[in-house]
Design a protein around this ligand. Sequence first.
Ligand code: C5P
Length: 320
Amino acid sequence: MSDALARAKVNLALGVVGRRPDGYHELVSVFARLDLADRLSVEPVADGDRLEVADGPIAYRPADDDLVLRAARLLRQARDPQAPGLTFRLEKHVPLAAGLAGGSADAAAALDLAARAWGIALAEDERLTLAARLGSDVPFLAADVDAALVTGRGEHVAPLPGPLGPVGVLLATVGAGLSTRDVFAAWAATADAVAPASGAAGGPSPGQAADRARELAALLARGSSATDLVLAASRLRDANDLWAASVALRPDLAETRRRLEARLGRPVLLSGSGPTLFALYPSTEAADSAADALRSDPALGLARAVIRVTTFRRTPREAR
Ligand code: C5P
């Protein structure tokens, strides 16, 4: 049996710069990998692939076409149609459909575990090609990098160094999951409604989030500290083009962000298509004490938000 940690991500900036003929959207985004991870293990069996869910903090009922099983089937089809069945066991720690790409991280881990179980050596470019077929977030999660400037629909991953030192990341996941597809559809509807007006209703102007993503990529490339990143957060607050679309589907996100910012006294960002909000701290201890303060203050009205603390972490090679 072998196992792996399937680490989640946040988007520190996410620009949507156009729609493609295939229905996907062109992105310019800085992804950063989190320590928060699902656990996945695999065992070869005589026949059939199975996905079992272990007791863990998050309940999960996988479908027959779960990304973990699709990853194994894709690799078998590409490299060894006779490869034996696999039984995967998944322990969920990353909230579902939360903008943290937990399912995509599981798929990336499944690809590596299946390759290991079948003795297949996967070259980096082949891994990334297979990853892209599993989903737009999977190439970043399959790449062994701390952070990256991600473009295209997610398939172009330009590695960046992560911040030096342990950044505390306070996550607040608001209510049930949001479908990425629905959020992009809401974005497209808004874009149609306001085009060609720019910066309508006082929102960020078109292209601003993508510019902020490139600026941040340059900052990380120069070698930034945890403090540099925390200071950059105010420029990143409005650098997620999916914010308005997420709020259209989940209106209480806006009020939750207002309350969090008032209580925490720092900018609160949206990860991916939501509904996870996050704030950055120069240490995990600082994020932990802020989280304790939030949890012990029912008057804040954050009952629908699940608060977690994590950090940015490099995926250890031995876990792959
Ligand atoms: O690639 P993935 O299957 O994870 O994407 C889920 C949905 O999100 C897609 O079906 C598409 O509607 C939307 N999406 C998009 N543009 C992207 C990534 C995702 O429109 N770059």
